[in-house]
Design a protein around this ligand. Structure first.
Ligand code: PLP
Length: 347
């Protein structure tokens, strides 16, 4: 699993713009909440009730529509384990993955022995609706889609999400990954009621700066959450994550401030791309995909030698010549742009 995984090689100190992390760190209040965990609390198996209640109120849902997970990765993996088992005849189930996609979708599906059906990208990453519908068969059990998508940063139109959900066979689900939703203009959350076969995946890793704490959640109709609960490990979310989550959902000012930093960073990356003559995609996430051309891998290493880490995405479907730059604090973006412009001027 780890070699298929999104994680890049360890980079050490520097400006980390390669994993779509929050480059400001979590809020001071959230850090304090984790520090306030007591020795007896650390010694006890965690109790989840209070955190479920505050999270459910924050989202405007019932507790039984929510599953807290050890990062969204655990949510993806749990969905695969719950729904991609072989059928009664021993035939493998199918998972549909719309590419280019977060690597853990296909990796989790593969672990279960499911057949993974990849839907290739259209030019400019327009959502391939007809191709996705055509990939659905009677043995499809999960369709994985991300909106905003990683690495393009593009939203999937709500009408397309509804069309895919409406086409699924009875026992199948649409897993809609909204890891970057706080940076985006829309969410599918309010459509869940009318689409009870959609599972939303979210995380506190990105907008809330809690990637290392491993805190994510799934939202879905109660019967689906019940099925997920039957396979997820007990106590997979630890007491520090619970303290962080309870505080984070009260901390709207921090998220608004950080989302504004990301929006400004995206604008500055677009402006730099225009100066450099590089194509880019207008992003609804905390990163921008930029087509730098054949030298993408070399450029990533040149920037890394200067302590600025961005991600080579050129081997992903439809992404030839592309790098992905995390948009975080404006000062980090500026340092990246300066290094990028200097490197291109020397080339
Ligand atoms: C689309 C997508 N989903 C899920 C994740 C993982 O989230 P977490 O760190 O909460 O496991 C990422 C991380 O980069 C991602 O890009």
């Amino acid at each position: 699993m780890s070699d298929l995984y999104e994680r890049a090689p360890e980079r050490g100190p520097g400006i980390r713009l390669h994993l779509n992390e929050n480059t400001a760190g979590c809020s001071a209040a959230v850090l304090e909440a984790m520090r306030a965990v007591t020795a007896p609390e650390a010694a006890a198996y965690p109790e989840y009730g209070a955190t479920y209640r505050s999270c459910a109120v924050w989202l405007g849902i019932r507790d039984d529509q929510l599953l807290l997970t050890n990062g969204l990765d655990e949510g993806i993996y749990t969905a695969a384990v719950a729904w991609l088992q072989r059928n009664a005849n021993g035939e493998p189930a199918e998972a549909v993955v719309v590419e280019p996609a977060y690597a853990l979708f296909a990796a989790s599906a593969a672990v279960t022995g499911a057949r993974v059906v990849h839907v290739g990208p259209r030019p400019d990453f327009d959502f391939p609706l007809e191709e996705t519908l055509a990939a659905i068969t009677p043995v499809t059990r999960v369709v994985f889609v991300a909106s905003p998508a990683n690495p393009s940063g593009l939203l999937v139109p709500a009408a397309a999400i509804r069309a895919v959900a409406d086409r699924l066979p009875a026992r199948a689900v649409l897993f809609l990954d909204e890891a970057y939703v706080e940076f985006a203009s829309t969410s599918f959350l309010s459509d869940l009621r009318s689409h009870p076969n959609v599972v939303l995946g979210r995380t506190f890793a990105k907008a809330f700066g809690l990637a290392a704490v491993r805190a994510g959640y799934l939202v879905a109709a109660a019967p689906l959450i019940e099925q997920l609960r039957s396979v997820v490990l007990p106590f997979s979310v630890n007491v520090f994550a619970l303290a962080a989550i309870r505080c984070a959902v009260q901390d709207a000012a921090y998220v608004s401030w950080y989302v504004a930093q990301v929006a400004e960073s995206r604008r500055r990356i677009y402006a730099a791309c225009e100066r450099l003559g590089c194509a880019y995609w207008t992003s609804e996430a905390n990163f921008v995909l930029v087509r730098v051309g054949a030298g993408a891998a070399a450029l990533v290493e040149t920037l890394a030698a200067r302590g600025i880490y961005v991600r080579d995405r050129s081997s992903m479907a439809g992404c030839a010549g592309c790098i992905r730059i995390t948009a975080g604090l404006v000062e980090h973006t500026e340092a990246c742009i300066a290094a990028l412009e200097d490197t291109c001027a020397r080339a």
